[in-house]
Design a protein around this ligand. Structure first.
Ligand SMILES: NC(=O)c1ccc[n+]([C@@H]2O[C@H](COP(=O)([O-])OP(=O)(O)OC[C@H]3O[C@@H](n4cnc5c(N)ncnc54)[C@H](O)[C@@H]3O)[C@@H](O)[C@H]2O)c1
Length: 422
């Protein structure tokens, strides 16, 4: 069945989603893009014309989400790729109107916003899935199979460090600097890390963190090489004309984690580290360690065992997981053998394929009445881990994920909740 999809949010990631949709449509014939919406007509019109080239038919352009919903006769599913503050409002509106929802990470602006989304999915019976693309990389699938298969023995601890950046704004987007629009970079970027920490290590119990704003003055007009091609058409909101934005949201967090398994972990992240970057993610077990792959590069994991001079990498890794192979959706999008330990692809190709995997997983869940891989529960846990760092940093004390999820620890999020009327 080809689902009739609508897209809300036609900025950089919205455009990337259209390429992902086209990839899924080509591989599975599972969807058609019938409507796009952005509050800026120029952005929506650009994405609609790209869609025409890919789908052979131009989707209807809207600048008002409510209008698109009111015309929604025949829309089966909505893809929400606006900046984060609109996620809950659009998701709840669509779910209650009988439309299945696929929403970009972070699932919502706060835990309260996500709870409303989860409740709307439960009461409507419609599917809600979160677009969390990093875990869909086949190299992360292989790394998980190695850990779960015992390649490093019993996992004891994880170290996840993502430090870099300077005084620019990610993708030159002003909203990312503002707490009540992005929840801070610890959420906006760090939620990918949170999802992967859960993916590899399981449930987190407690978090203790120090957090800071080291670089409050953020320069506009700086665009990163690789991704700027997707952002040329976007129309800046209220930050237009400004050469800098004053950020009121944390850019740095150092956290210590305890998992329910008894394992421990460390997450360090900063987007305020000029001059030197550190990017490493490892899991250490009773028998050895694994260097996790840098997501969306095609580079595979490496296993390091004591007494061996060299790390185990490449196809030798596959001997350690004889039963592992790519799942059906991924295998259709990554042609060739189903068992690979690295791959060679340009970023733009990897990007649209990982988006196609998560979309297809969502559509299959809708069709079968099953559960998407990343649903409300997982989306909220990832949000809770990112906010646990921020709440702990504010309190100066450890916090539990349970208290984040039940809302009893929420002081950091209060201002954002108030800004969106929650
Ligand atoms: N998974 C990933 O790798 C990844 C990468 C980038 C962004 N994202 C996520 O995608 C989302 C969008 O990020 P982006 O980089 O594309 O930002 P962006 O600013 O480029 O795009 C957001 C778009 O939403 C539109 N919008 C905002 N409010 C609206 C409203 N009320 N009605 C209609 N349109 C509205 C804006 O006009 C803008 O065009 C964010 O949630 C972000 O976290 C995910």
């Amino acid at each position: 069945m080809a689902f009739r999809m609508a897209l809300a949010g036609c900025g950089g990631m919205g455009l990337r989603h259209v390429y992902g949709m086209a990839e899924a449509a080509k591989a599975f014939g599972s969807l058609d893009l019938v409507a796009v919406c952005d509050r800026h007509h120029a952005a929506a019109a650009h994405v609609a014309s790209e869609a025409k080239g890919l789908f052979g038919r131009e989707p209807v352009v809207y600048t008002d989400f409510r209008e698109m919903l009111d015309d929604a006769d025949g829309i089966d599913a909505l893809d929400i790729v606006t900046d984060t503050r609109m996620h809950h409002e659009f998701a709840v509106g669509a779910l209650d109107a009988g439309i299945h929802v696929f929403v970009e990470k972070p699932m919502g602006l706060t835990i309260k916003a996500c709870t409303l989304m989860e409740q709307a999915a439960d009461r409507s019976g419609n599917t809600l899935a979160i677009a969390e693309n990093y875990r869909r990389d086949p190299m992360n699938r292989l790394a998980k199979a190695l850990i779960d298969g015992g390649a490093i023995g019993k996992p004891h601890f994880m170290v996840d460090i993502g430090i870099g950046g300077g005084d620019d704004l990610l993708h030159d987007t002003g909203w990312r600097a503002i707490k009540h629009r992005a929840g801070s970079m610890i959420l906006e970027r760090g939620v990918h890390n949170s999802d992967l920490v859960y993916y590899f290590m399981g449930d987190v119990e407690t978090v203790y963190a120090a957090t800071d704003i080291f670089q409050p003055i953020r320069r506009r007009g700086v665009r990163s090489e690789g991704l700027s091609q997707f952002y040329k058409h976007r129309v800046e909101d209220e930050f237009v004309g400004m050469d800098k934005v004053v950020s009121d949201a944390e850019d740095t967090a150092f956290a210590v984690l305890r998992f329910t398994s008894g394992a421990s972990g460390q997450m360090s992240m900063s987007t305020a580290a000029p001059g030197h970057s550190i990017d490493t993610s490892t899991v250490h077990g009773s028998e050895g360690a694994i260097a996790l792959p840098p997501s969306r590069t095609g580079i595979g994991p490496k296993v390091m065992l004591p007494g061996r001079e060299h790390a185990i990498e490449g196809n030798s890794l596959l001997d350690m997981v004889p039963d592992w192979e790519m799942d059906d959706i991924t295998a259709r999008l990554w042609p060739g053998p189903r068992r690979i330990a690295s791959y060679d692809m340009e970023f733009w190709q990897i990007d649209r394929k990982t988006i196609a995997v998560e979309l297809q997983d969502f559509l299959q869940a809708v069709e079968s009445g099953g559960t998407p891989e990343v649903g409300a529960e997982m989306g909220m846990k990832a949000l809770a881990l990112s906010y646990a760092m921020l709440e702990s940093g504010l309190l100066g004390a450890p916090v539990t994920i349970a208290d984040l999820l039940n809302g009893s620890v929420s002081a950091y999020q209060a201002e954002s909740n108030a800004a969106v009327g929650l």
